[in-house]
Design a protein around this ligand. Sequence first.
Ligand code: NAD
Ligand code: ZN
Ligand code: ZN
Length: 346
Amino acid sequence: MKALQYRTIGAAPEVVTVPDPEPGPGQVLLKVTAAGVCHSDIAVMSWPAENFPYALPLTLGHEGVGTVAALGAGVTGLREGDSVAVYGPQGCGTCPKCAQGKENYCLRATELGIFPPGLGAPGSMAEYMLVSHPRHLVPLDGLDPVAAVPLTDAGLSPYHAIKRSLPKLVPGSNAVVIGTGGLGHVAIQLLRAMTAARVIALDVNEDKLRLAREVGAHEAVLSDAEAPAKVRELTGGLGAEAVFDFVGMEPTVRTAGAVAAVEADVTIVGLGGGTLPVGFGVLPFEVSVMAPYWGSRSELIEVLDLARAGAVSVHTETYSLDEAPLAYERLHHGKINGRAVILPNG
Ligand code: NAD
Ligand code: ZN
Ligand code: ZN
């Protein structure tokens, strides 16, 4: 089959032919219908050889949706042809965090060599993919595969981030979304669907700010040195009760801290490598700063339910598998508005 692989440190990913996978006992083989292109892959492909954490070549794609093509021995509860989404941050299934449903925070994944598809294990940017256990599959139940696939990360990660701040996002509150790309434009919709907060979106790109307004941001502000003052002004000088940074670079985490209200939540989702100092007098009183990773499977089920209710709709552009390297190049240059989705069998 054809697969998009990252093969050489620093080189662009390539479409290559690899052996067709076959499901072993307990595994599920999916024919991939759609695979989302995440900015984290660009971060991965920028890491140096010295501490690169995965084996190469690596089939990319950690957002995946497919139809069940074959079941390994002993697998029950699924049927060939079922349309399913893959829950990516898979854990051991039995440690205390997994027992709570938080497989994204599995305590044993590293030790057991368990990696998410596309981030260590072969991913969704291939005609077929293997899923190690049926519990990692969530039924699409009528959702369109292209519209649904970004929800497995670009939906799930903001959803998890927003959920912890729901008690603070009461009527009259403000939420700031920094970076309104793949994750950010879904975050705006989730905030509108789940809270009464006024949503203030920040981006460096006018097209992205236009999309932010289209999907429900009340205010869209250019992310520059003046942005913190503008957000303060928009919030009556008080700042925002919750700030979500989907960039995470030094200037944006600084902005995130500068627009936080007393007792605000600042959540740094972006992998930009910036750090926000916390200490008495550095930030307003009782600001909480967190850097989460992805979300739980039950949260993925909730995000898909929200999509089925019509509350979130991802802005997508589609590419064939052969065009996947171009999709990454366009994402790298800030040219994707919303999420790029690869159709490996399209
Ligand atoms: P994306 O490229 O689609 O979106 C990023 C957006 O940020 C773009 O719209 C870009 O114009 C904007 N931007 C860049 N610099 C900015 C600045 N200085 N101020 C404001 N906006 C700026 O990327 P994505 O796929 O949405 O991913 C967003 C980030 O989240 C990436 O860093 C990715 O690695 C990370 N991520 C983290 C998790 C997690 O679990 N923590 C999960 C998925 C993605
Ligand atoms: Zn991702
Ligand atoms: Zn575990």
